[in-house]
Each structure stands twice: as structure tokens, then as C-alpha cells.
Design a protein around this ligand. Structure first.
Ligand code: NZQ
Ligand code: ZN
Length: 414
């Protein structure tokens, strides 16, 4: 079990009606003047924005707002938000939405006290030293941005989608009201579920040896989501299922699932290759939903790399899906006409595990292939250009990948 330094400073206010307590909670923490950030209008249509504003008014907190942040948020909205935050001297940025609103808010919070252009942080030309605090009202469980140290922003002019990781990004408070997620379209529900499972798997498959306490937390959370997912697909207003999914979404990415798994010297508590490979898809076509891209990339990556640490896949398959390698001493092999060597038993178990995971994503309505996302073989060169800028010539810790490996993984997913 490797050493770790786990810091999750966010206050979580979880439950029915938490939305209406936003103002009260922020006032208690001393905030007086906030910039609300939201997306394309779902929070207007559902009445969530009005509820948040009413609660701020009731608590005596003044507010201005920036709407229209698109999924895969673009740097232009961030720059517009920075202008507003400076002009009105806000003391907190308050996204009301999903990862896109939250990440735009985080970037605004980093950029406001910074003298130069905020993109410098994403181009890794500068490291943020200060910020305005961020508090979140979460409307979709997916990105885990409400407790993460990450912030991912697109730059359409440069055809890039890049991240900035710093503990400054960790929000001071997250309002988690599962009832807000009742209105999610099934595709977004499914993409969110895929993303949170991916956040756990990036860490589980870091390449580090087993850490039973963390592995049990990780696999237990995935089992809870797999159990709840069909229930919300069947009944979008199943509060208990929505609540379980929402809480896993947060814990999947606040660092809890990676403790003890960070390979020394790697700088991150996980492999993160699949996120790197996916971010190039949603940079290339900004209409691609992050979780949907991951549903295609993760199984493809797994099929490519599993041999490096087959034992981790056996552990995952056993804990999440109850899959065990065939044991010729015990199992009935009358239907199998090949000789089951120990190696073949492992291969079958790992393949069954990856198949089961992929079928789960597909059962929720997620794509199986890049083709379903509109990506063609001739697009791969463009994906690799961005990948090289964001991740370099070699990346990943489970199995270090080159750009040629990345090409092979993309091609295998076409
Ligand atoms: O834009 P609006 O109109 O609000 O609609 C959104 C959007 O179309 C809609 N939506 C959200 N809540 C809703 C709702 N519709 C109805 N009812 C509700 N309650 O859902 C769509 C997706 O929203 P978005 O915020 O884009 O989703 P998500 O939370 O999946 O965020 C995705 C972004 O987060 C980044 C992704 O790369 C992507 O840019 N990520 C951020 C991370 C982080 N900061 O830690 C980690 C992740 O790995 C990820 O990279
Ligand atoms: Zn993600």
C-alpha cells in the first residue's frame, strides 16, 4: 500500500430539499456576494435556478449570473465569467449544474485573481497560486467535479480540451439534492453513471498492487451503482436509487477510491489513460458526451492492456461481477472442447469481465463503438495531435502507452 495524502475539504449537504438551503449554508460560511454559473437552460426550465436565487435572497446574499455554459465548456465563457467576477467583486463562484458549469466556475475562480490569460493554466504555462472559493449545486451525478481537484476546459480555436489539477479546485461546499436529478434525460443519466465508474476504475487499475480497504470501497461503490442504474432507467423518480448514484458520483472522484494506489512518482492516483483518450474525442467533436466516449474507450483500453496486471482484472471481475476463473478440478467442463490451462482460465475470466462491463454500459444506452459517436478511421491522426500535447509521447501507469498504442486502441474501437 503506497503512501498517500488525502484531502477532501468539501462540506457535503445531501438530501431532499437541500437546494433550498443553499443560501443559508453559504451565509453560515460567511459568503455575501456570489456569481451563479449555469448551463444551457435546464436549471431555468426545472425551476432550480429560481429556487437557488430565492434561497440566496432569503439569506441576504447578493448575486449575479452567467448562463449559457455549454457541455464541454469553452474558454470564452470562462473569460466572460472572469470579467463579471472582477467587476462585481464576488466572494464565491456558485455553479448550478453539472461538470460543465462546475468546471467553468472553477476556471473563473482561478482566473479572476490572475493577471494574465486564464488559458495559461490549461496550457501548463502557469500554475495557479490563488483563487476565489467555489461552491456547487449539483444537478447531475457524473463528473465528481463537486469534490475533485480537476477542471477541464475546451479551447475551440486551438482544438484542445485540457485539464488543470490543483487542490485550489476543491469546492468548499457541494449541495447534493438527488431530487434535482429526476429530470435528467436517460442518455445523460447513463453517461454520468459511466463516468463515475470510470473514475473508480482509473484508480483501481493504476498498476499498483491490491489495497484491500480501497479495493473494497471501490468495488462496493461500483456494485451499488450497477444495482441502482436499471432502477433509475425504469423509474427516473426512484429517490433511493438516484441518491445512491449521486453519492457514488461524488466519492468516485474526491480521492477516496485511490488511496494507496498512486504509483510513486506518477503524480496522480490512477492511470488516467482512458480519460486522456476520451478528452481528445470530446475536443475533436464538442457534441460528444464525456461519459459516452468513456463507455467506448474503457473496454477497448482494457482489452489492450489487461495482461500487464491480470490479477487486478481477476479481483475486479470477482468483486464486481462474481466472475471466477474456471477451475478444472471443480467446474463441469463437458461443454468446452479445449484444454483449460491456467492461462486460458485467466483469459476467459478477464474477457468475461470486460464483456460484462461493456454490456452493462450498452444496456444503459451507451455506445459500443467510436463509429456510433461519428468518429472515423481518418480522424485518428487529429486525435493523436491533441493527445501528444496533453499527455506527451508516453503516459499511463498500468501499462505505459505510446502514441502508437493509443492509435491501436482507437482503431480497435472503431
Ligand atoms: O446545459 P444544461 O441545459 O444545464 O443541460 C445539461 C447538459 O445538456 C444536462 N443536465 C444537467 N443536469 C440536468 C440536465 N438536464 C436535465 N435535468 C438536470 N438535472 O445534462 C447535460 C450534460 O451536462 P454536463 O454538465 O456537461 O455534464 P457532466 O456533469 O457529465 O459534465 C461533463 C464535463 O465535465 C468534465 C467533462 O470532461 C465534461 O467537460 N469532467 C470534469 C471532471 C472534473 N472536473 O473533475 C472530471 C471528469 O472526468 C470530466 O472530465
Ligand atoms: Zn470523467
Amino acid at each position: 500500500m503506497y503512501d498517500f495524502n488525502f484531502w477532501s475539504p468539501t462540506r457535503f449537504v445531501f438530501g431532499r430539499g437541500a437546494t433550498d438551503r443553499t443560501g443559508e449554508e453559504l451565509a453560515r460560511l460567511g459568503y455575501k456576494n456570489v456569481l451563479i454559473v449555469y448551463g444551457g437552460g435546464s436549471v431555468v426550465r426545472t425551476g432550480t435556478l429560481d429556487r437557488v436565487k430565492a434561497s440566496l435572497d432569503a439569506a441576504g446574499i447578493t448575486h449575479i449570473e452567467l448562463g449559457g455554459v455549454r457541455p464541454n465548456p469553452e474558454i470564452a465563457s470562462v473569460r466572460a465569467g472572469i470579467e463579471l467576477a472582477r467587476e462585481h467583486k464576488v466572494d464565491l463562484v456558485l455553479p448550478v449544474g453539472g461538470g460543465s458549469a462546475m468546471d467553468a466556475a472553477k476556471a473563473i475562480a482561478l482566473g479572476t485573481p490572475y493577471e494574465d490569460d486564464v488559458w495559461d493554466f490549461f496550457a501548463k504555462r502557469a500554475v495557479p497560486a490563488e483563487h476565489i472559493p467555489v461552491g456547487c449545486v449539483v444537478t447531475i451525478p457524473a463528473s465528481g467535479s463537486e469534490a475533485s481537484n480537476s477542471c477541464v476546459i475546451s479551447n475551440d480555436e486551438l482544438h484542445l480540451k485540457s485539464g488543470c489539477n490543483t487542490d485550489l479546485n476543491r469546492p468548499v461546499i457541494a449541495i447534493l439534492d438527488p431530487e434535482l436529478t429526476f429530470t435528467l434525460p436517460p442518455y445523460q443519466t447513463a453517461a454520468g453513471i459511466t463516468d463515475m465508474i470510470a473514475h473508480i476504475m482509473e484508480r483501481f487499475f493504476s498498476g499498483a498492487p491490491a489495497v484491500p480497504v480501497t479495493d473494497n470501497i471501490a468495488c462496493g461503490m461500483i456494485r451499488a451503482v450497477i444495482d441502482a442504474a436499471p432502477r433509475v432507467m425504469e423509474d427516473p423518480e426512484d429517490y433511493d436509487a438516484r441518491a445512491n448514484i449521486m453519492w457514488v458520483g461524488t466519492l468516485a472522484h474526491n480521492g477516496l477510491a485511490g488511496n494507496g494506489l498512486m504509483i510513486p512518482g506518477s503524480g496522480r492516483d490512477g492511470d488516467w489513460s482512458c480519460h486522456g483518450l476520451e478528452h481528445e474525442l470530446s475536443a475533436f467533436d464538442t457534441t460528444i458526451t464525456h461519459g459516452a466516449g468513456l463507455a467506448v474507450i474503457f473496454p477497448a483500453w482494457m482489452r489492450y492492456v489487461w495482461r500487464e496486471h491480470a490479477e487486478r482484472f481477476l479481483e475486479f471481475g470477482s468483486q464486481v461481477f462474481g466472475i471466477e476463473p474456471i477451475d478444472p478440478e471443480v467446474d463441469d467442463l463437458s461443454d468446452i472442447d479445449v484444454e483449460i490451462t491456467p492461462e486460458l482460465a485467466v483469459e476467459y475470466a478477464v474477457e468475461a469481465t470486460i464483456d460484462e462491463l461493456q454490456e452493462f454500459f450498452v444496456s444503459l444506452g451507451m455506445p459500443r463503438t467510436l463509429g456510433e459517436l461519428g468518429i472515423k478511421k481518418e480522424d485518428i491522426d487529429a486525435l493523436l495531435v491533441g493527445l501528444k500535447i496533453n499527455k506527451g509521447e508516453q503516459f499511463g501507469t498500468f501499462r505505459p502507452l505510446t502514441l502508437d498504442d493509443a492509435r491501436a486502441i482507437y482503431e480497435s474501437a472503431l
